[in-house]
Design a protein around this ligand. Structure first.
Ligand SMILES: Nc1c(NC[C@H](O)[C@H](O)[C@H](O)CO)[nH]c(=O)[nH]c1=O
Ligand SMILES: CC(=O)[C@@H](O)COP(=O)(O)O
Length: 160
């Protein structure tokens, strides 16, 4: 199902576990700051709506989406967190750089989920245009950050 057929911000709070006792790390790319701040806002609001405490949400910034893998690895290995959310916005430019950045960060985040026992949620928009990114970070298709927060809660309690 394409995003255009699913609002990213819709969740049923009655079936989402409480986040009251959970600790979250959120690593935010500064590239396309307008988009990543909107994603972070959506994620933070959803986490708190599900009971998370402000003091249990730790945010770090990294320069771009390529650095999300290292930032999340450092978060995992130095902080006591139950889940990490990687937030980025990659927008197609004139060259193939988009393809390399998107592939690198997707593979990097996947590798962290393989090698570590704490879930890392992929909240990286990979859009053809700025408008597509706006539509998915609080626009007509909802907010990917909200979706990522719910996934983070669900994965943090998986198997417990
Ligand atoms: N073009 C975008 C980038 N590029 C920067 C890289 O992510 C990286 O920071 C740089 O290559 C230095 O290692 N990053 C994004 O997050 N979004 C883009 O659209
Ligand atoms: C994803 C990118 O790195 C890209 O936005 C950079 O733009 P360009 O391909 O025009 O150098």
């Amino acid at each position: 199902m394409a995003t255009e057929n699913k609002n990213l911000s819709v969740y049923d709070k009655t079936i989402i576990p409480s986040a009251e006792h959970l600790r979250f790390g959120i690593v935010v790319s500064e590239w396309n700051h307008e988009i990543t701040e909107a994603l972070f806002k959506g994620a933070r609001e959803a986490l708190m709506d599900c009971g998370a405490k402000t003091e249990n949400i730790r945010r770090w910034n990294v320069p771009g989406s390529f650095e999300l893998t290292f930032g999340c690895k450092k978060m995992l290995t130095t902080q006591q967190v139950d889940a990490v959310i990687a937030i980025g916005s990659v927008i197609q430019g004139e060259t193939k750089h988009f393809d390399f950045v998107c592939s690198a960060v997707a593979q990097g985040i996947k590798d962290l989920n393989v090698h570590f026992d704490t879930p890392v949620i992929f909240c990286v928009l990979t859009d053809n245009t700025l408008q597509q990114a706006k539509d998915r970070s609080g626009g007509k298709h909802g907010n990917k950050g909200t979706e990522a927060a719910i996934a983070a809660i669900q994965m943090a309690v998986l198997g417990t």
